[in-house]
Design a protein around this ligand. Structure first.
Ligand SMILES: [Zn+2]
Length: 68
């Protein structure tokens, strides 16, 4: 089997924001639709933008003061 999850277990108490970010990050590493090496989320594919949107939502829900 290839492309398995390996040791990347998803812990139940994983921070939703970090989890969303990880999902996006992992997508960018295997995406062939433009996300890989795009540098900007907007240059990526629809899936990448959707994952990034989910991350931003999770981030906003935590009311984290981020300036970027
Ligand atoms: Zn993509």
């Amino acid at each position: 089997m290839t492309g398995g999850r390996g040791r990347a277990d998803v812990r139940r108490d994983e921070n939703p924001m970090l989890r969303a970010y990880r999902l996006w990050f992992e997508h960018t590493r295997k995406c062939v639709g433009g996300c890989k090496g795009a540098g900007k989320v907007k240059d990526g594919c629809a899936v990448g933008r959707e994952l990034w949107g989910a991350y931003r939502l999770a981030r906003d829900e935590k009311n984290v003061a981020v300036t970027s």
